[in-house]
Design a protein around this ligand. Structure first.
Ligand SMILES: [Zn+2]
Length: 141
């Protein structure tokens, strides 16, 4: 992958926000803010290249917007994500992953021993994030 200025800015963006699931528009805005403005087509091309390389994971949110998150690594494998119904922000729930993880492993093992293959887990928790549920306590009030 050629390390263009925009590619490096994109890597830095996900390095700084490892749990973010960003839409193309959010990435485009962040890159522009980081001094590496690129057009929509180029952003999509970079995101798809990262996804093809296994670095990013594509997912469609409840508003049918494609979002790109860092691909799960190692034990974070099937960390559930949380999506806010109001602002559509997504967070990966890595902190509470351990007990969830062992429960998932049991499910996967049961399926695998029943002969099913190519199993992938994608868990999404929906609700309202703290910022939307309690706007008066937030900075944006
Ligand atoms: Zn929210």
């Amino acid at each position: 992958m050629r390390a263009t200025r925009a590619t490096r800015a994109l890597e830095r963006l996900y390095h700084e926000r490892p749990h973010a699931a960003l839409s193309e528009a959010e990435v485009e805005a962040a890159l522009a803010a980081a001094g590496a403005p690129v057009n929509r087509v180029t952003v999509y091309r970079m995101l798809d290249r990262f996804a093809a390389a296994g670095l990013l994971h594509k997912q469609v949110d409840a508003a049918r917007v494609m979002r790109y998150a860092l691909a799960p690594q190692g034990e974070e494998g099937a960390a559930p994500r949380f999506e806010c119904d109001d602002c559509h922000q997504q967070f990966r729930l890595s902190q509470s992953a351990a007990p969830v993880q062992s429960a998932l492993q049991a499910v996967l093992q049961a399926l695998a021993s029943a002969g099913h293959e190519g199993l992938a887990v994608d868990i999404a928790v929906r609700g309202r994030c703290a910022g939307c549920a309690h706007p008066s306590t937030g900075a944006a009030a």
